[in-house]
Design a protein around this ligand. Structure first.
Ligand SMILES: Cc1ncc(COP(=O)(O)O)c(C=O)c1O
Length: 416
């Protein structure tokens, strides 16, 4: 460490904590990120992260487009942009959503954001008062919980099965909440190839969810980063497809179909909601990175996106298959897992009594890492689950990782 910095840290003249806001004092680092730091530096096979494979990044196309953008559009690409985003990109996305999902859309219903993660924060800012009920899947996307948590909602968790959120249980819960006089602001769902479970909400449940939203007057936040990554089965339209009132706030992202490094995503919602989120975003970052937006525009407009998606699918399908085969081959009796038709994750449930957070150290000692499931539950009340990623490492490594994990679980089972 630099001598001067060493001296400064050693003396610690400031009472650092006293300067932080109460909310900042409550913030905790994401467990996954802390964990990944640990694994990055060792020989451990990591099935933990949620990263796309860098081999899928369309580097040559990006090089070509970036050159063109700098030659032809430097004035726009290197200048501040509007908060809503680069208009040609918003138009191109509106057309793409219409073509791909049959959702009639205009550019006024689209705002470009710095990844859908930013949209989750903006949704918190714009919709959540402290104490408002926000309904989430159990389990759900960890960083959505963290984004919303800042705005102090009351989370209500709805269990999941192989067809997504249990809408029958949701209905019961809505009735209970109504009797208690509580207002539900929105239901948050990762409807297709969910993170962390990999499961997809059935068509029937999607339609029922819309009906319930009308009946009980709440919004639906549909976070959809994975539906394009389908390796088997038939596509199901997004919930947004069935939205005739503007109740669905849809989040899309370039992270899994282009490159996460661009930090670009989009919100598609009623113009009234877009307008408020636009005002909120002004205070956050003025606008999403214009250089990236102009590149993304050409990527969509010139058809590269449609050409590239099948390549990503072909790259990931064998990895998904390798993981499912290895689970079948190595896992002991009593262990269950999901069989996703797409996305990036498999969810594993171990017999009751095994705490996957406690088991982690032993797994790492055996040379494999996963994400313990507990953090994906708003109420942290489930201990025996874990998430595996199959997109980042090659097939043979996946196989070896699952084998090591199965050995770890077998040893734990002997103790239970
Ligand atoms: C369900 C879900 N929502 C949002 C995100 C954030 O994605 P982005 O890179 O668009 O911010 C992720 C990333 O893994 C995710 O899994």
């Amino acid at each position: 460490m630099h001598k001067k910095l060493e001296k400064k840290l050693a003396s610690e003249p400031l009472n650092f904590e006293s300067f932080f806001s109460e909310k900042a004092l409550q913030m905790k680092a994401s467990e996954i990120r802390e964990l990944l730091k640990l694994v990055e530096t060792s020989d451990v096979i990591s099935l933990a992260g949620g990263l796309p494979a860098p081999e899928t990044f369309p580097v040559d196309v990006i090089k070509k487009i970036a050159q063109e953008v700098l030659t032809e559009h430097a004035d726009k690409a290197l200048q501040y942009g509007t908060t809503k985003g680069f208009t040609p990109l918003r138009l191109a996305l509106a057309r793409w959503m219409e073509k791909r999902y049959g959702i009639p859309m205009s550019k006024v219903e689209i705002m470009i954001v710095a990844g859908s993660q930013q949209a989750l924060d903006l949704i918190g800012r714009v919709f959540i008062n402290p104490g408002d009920v926000v309904i989430v899947e159990a389990p759900t996307y960890l960083a959505a919980l963290n984004a919303f948590k800042y705005y102090e909602p009351e989370f209500v968790s709805i269990p999941m099965d192989h067809d997504g959120m249990r809408i029958d249980i949701l209905e019961e819960k809505l009735e209970e909440l109504k009797k208690e006089g509580k207002r539900v602001k929105f239901v948050y769902t990762v409807s297709t190839f969910q993170n962390p479970m990999g499961v997809t909400m059935s068509l029937e449940r999607r339609k029922k969810l819309i009906e319930l939203a009308k009946e009980y007057d709440f919004l639906i936040v549909e976070d959809n980063p994975y539906s394009e990554l389908r390796y088997s089965g038939e596509p199901i339209p997004p919930i947004k497809h069935y939205d005739d009132e503007g109740r669905v706030i849809y989040l899309g992202t370039f992270s899994k179909i282009f490159a996460p490094g661009f930090r670009l995503g989009w919100v598609s919602a009623h113009p009234h909601f877009i307008r408020k989120m636009e005002i909120a975003k002004q205070a956050v970052d003025l606008c999403a990175n214009p250089f990236g937006q102009v590149i993304a525009w050409k990527y969509v407009e010139e058809g590269h996106l449609d050409e590239h998606i099948p390549k990503i699918i072909e790259f990931y399908r064998p990895r998904r298959d390798a993981m499912l085969e290895a689970l079948e081959e190595f896992m002991p009796d009593g262990v269950e897992w999901t069989r996703p038709d797409g996305g990036m994750f498999v969810w594993v449930t171990l017999p009751e009594g095994i705490d996957t957070k406690l088991m982690m150290e032993k797994a790492v000692a055996k040379g494999v890492a996963y994400v313990p499931g507990e953090a994906f539950f708003a109420h942290r009340d489930v201990k025996n689950t874990l998430r595996l990623n199959f997109t980042y490492v090659p097939e043979d490594t996946i196989r070896e990782g699952v084998k090591r994990l199965a050995e770890t679980i077998e040893e734990e089972l002997r103790k239970v």
